[in-house]
Design a protein around this ligand. Structure first.
Ligand code: AYL
Length: 562
């Protein structure tokens, strides 16, 4: 029997994202509520009403200036900026699909996503323009279809700023096309899923709106006027509403839903940082009396350990939410002892839009170490964990409370991988999605994640697909065979990728500088988060199953003993 959420089902809207956010009959905050503000250039900010107007204008401009049609894909290759929201919603208004990419991607990594997603336009930032130009040329996107966002435009004026893309032919002609929320795509985010290279995760309008409503109904604690009270948690400072500090990347599903969409749905003032900087983060919390922030375990670690944090008063934070990678009980307790800051967990995946479990604010300490309870309208089951080398099949369901591989079903589960039916078939059946994560539920319905049985490595919450790194390494002339796995770095508080390499010519041929040379060679090929920070180990053979699959768990166990 599938396990149901503790929360009663919510009556979910069936509508497109733009309508959910901007055509609401009743919303609990005024039109002039500031939603996004640049954390560095404070004069840059957008109210709710401005966001609606800017998005509509951009959507019309896409249609009139670029012939943008329903289902066309616009790729984003930008650091966080207050302009991201209107570019996203303008694209959706025009019936398009947004595919966000990491602005740290190398040209080759970006080309892969542009080609795979079939992007027609690219919106970038002046700091990423050089790579963007090269990638567009390779992917066959004309330079005239590159736009810029952010505070600074192009000094040469060759590349248009998104805000100049408006309807020049009068306002009446362009309308939003009819959108079928359950089948029309809104986003193609990239995830490696359980195995292989990054794939386009097909997220519909309804996937995203469902998750916005699932999360907001289970956790209605933030408000524009500070009126929401939670037992045992301080209120927002007097005379001020809640304030979110947005630091996680908007291109990743965690930031995309929790920091771009939720603030405008909930009407909460959100300060946007273009990149993480520990002291700036602390200063913004203190100076702006920030009440909430979404973070990741490595940030929690820094807040617990870094000497600079001593100088700042962070007690305006009513709560913080950590997700994307495991967070230990020790860190939660140490942050509370050191800074009086509460941290609770959320858990989700790109494929589930993303949030599927969240720790209620009230249980941040009593359910510490767990990722909390299921969001409403979701079902779960736990199945026997496959033996190394065997496939999961989702049929050997375990009794509640036993450790097993987690499967979920619900309105926020994606449609499948873009152009990849075999990868889709491996993880989606009868609406059940195989997460590749292993854990168990306690009596209160709180999930503890104990293991990850998929290949994926998480460096500071970022995805590192081992198959992609193996693909590069296999082409190196000193490499005969290779396997990449994640090993824990206590110092960095994260997993790091390590390569196990069979040297051409055998173990006897290994030269003292081989590892360094290969690492350097790799560093030029991949984004920063995919670097081989776990080093290289030369081995006689890569352990494999009879069918030739790499036995990653054998290598991981070996790494633990080293
Ligand atoms: P993706 N604890 C342990 N592992 C986690 C956690 C967590 N709290 N959250 C995510 N993961 C791992 O697609 C897990 O292995 O999305 C999962 O399968 O980049 C994988 O990360 C998914 O990685 C939210 C909303 C967290 C979003 C997220 C992170 C989404 C990461 C909480 O409320």
């Amino acid at each position: 029997m599938p396990i149901k959420s503790n929360f009663p089902d919510v009556n979910l809207s069936v509508t497109d994202i733009f309508s959910l956010l901007f055509n609401r009959k009743e919303k609990p905050f005024p039109d002039n509520q500031v939603i996004f503000q640049d954390g560095e250039h404070l004069e840059r900010k957008y109210t709710y009403a401005q966001l609606k107007q800017l998005s509509t204008d951009f959507g019309k401009g896409l249609k009139s200036n670029y012939g943008f049609r329903k289902s066309d894909v616009l790729a984003l290759y930008v650091p966080n900026d207050i302009d991201v929201g209107p570019v996203v919603w303008g694209t959706l208004w025009a019936g398009g699909v947004v595919s966000p990419a990491n602005p740290g991607y190398t040209v080759a990594e970006l080309v892969y996503q542009l080609k795979d997603s079939g992007a027609k336009l690219l919106v970038t930032h002046i700091s990423a323009l050089e790579n963007a130009k090269k990638a567009c040329e390779e992917a066959g996107i004309p330079e005239s279809n590159i736009l810029l966002l952010g505070k600074d435009g192009d000094p040469s004026r060759k590349f248009k700023h998104w805000s100049m893309v408006r309807n020049l032919e009068g306002t009446s002609r362009w309308r939003t096309p009819k959108i079928s929320p359950k089948t029309d795509l809104a986003f193609l985010v990239y995830s490696s899923g359980t195995t292989g290279r990054p794939k386009g995760v097909r997220l519909t309008h309804h996937n995203m709106t469902a998750n916005i409503e699932q999360v907001s109904s289970a956790e209605p604690h933030l408000s524009h006027d500070g009126s929401k009270k939670v037992r045992g948690i301080p209120d927002a400072p007097k005379g001020q509403g809640d304030k979110i500090l947005a630091v996680l990347p908007f291109f990743h599903i965690y930031g995309l839903n929790c920091l771009v969409h939720l603030p405008v749905f909930q009407g909460v003032h959100t300060l946007v940082m273009s990149r993480f900087d520990l002291e700036k983060w602390c200063r913004l919390v203190q100076d702006h009396q920030v009440t909430f922030s979404y973070i990741v375990p490595p940030i929690v670690l820094l807040l617990c350990k870094h000497p600079a944090v001593e100088k700042y008063d962070l007690r305006s934070l009513r709560m913080t939410n950590s997700g994307a990678a495991p967070l230990t009980r020790d860190l939660v307790e140490s942050l509370w002892e050191r800074k009086g800051v509460r941290v609770k967990q959320g858990y989700g995946l790109s494929e589930t839009s993303p949030t599927i479990f969240m720790q209620p604010w009230e249980s941040w300490m009593s359910a510490v170490g767990t990722t909390g309870v299921m969001v409403p309208n979701l079902e779960a089951k736990f199945c026997a964990v496959p033996a190394p080398g065997e496939e999961s099949d989702g049929t050997k369901e375990l009794p509640r409370g036993k450790i097993g591989e987690l499967y979920v079903r619900g309105p926020n589960v994606f449609l499948g991988y873009h152009n990849n039916p075999s990868a889709t078939a491996e993880c989606l059946e009868d609406g059940w999605f195989r997460t590749g994560d292993v854990g168990f539920l306690d009596e209160g319905g709180n999930l503890t994640i104990t293991d990850r049985v998929k290949e994926l490595i998480k460096y500071k919450g970022f995805q590192v697909p081992p198959a992609e790194l193996e693909g590069y390494l296999a082409a190196h002339d000193k490499v005969d065979d290779v396997a990449v796995v994640g090993v824990d770095s206590v110092e960095l508080g994260t997993e790091v990728p390590r390569a196990y390499i069979v040297r051409k010519g055998g173990a006897g041929a290994v030269q003292p500088n081989d590892a360094e040379e290969i690492i350097k060679w790799m560093n030029n090929k991949v984004a920063n988060h995919k670097k081989l920070r776990g080093g290289i180990k030369f081995v006689d053979a890569v352990p494999k199953s009879v069918s030739g699959k790499i036995l990653r768990r054998v290598l991981k166990e070996q790494a633990k003993k080293e």
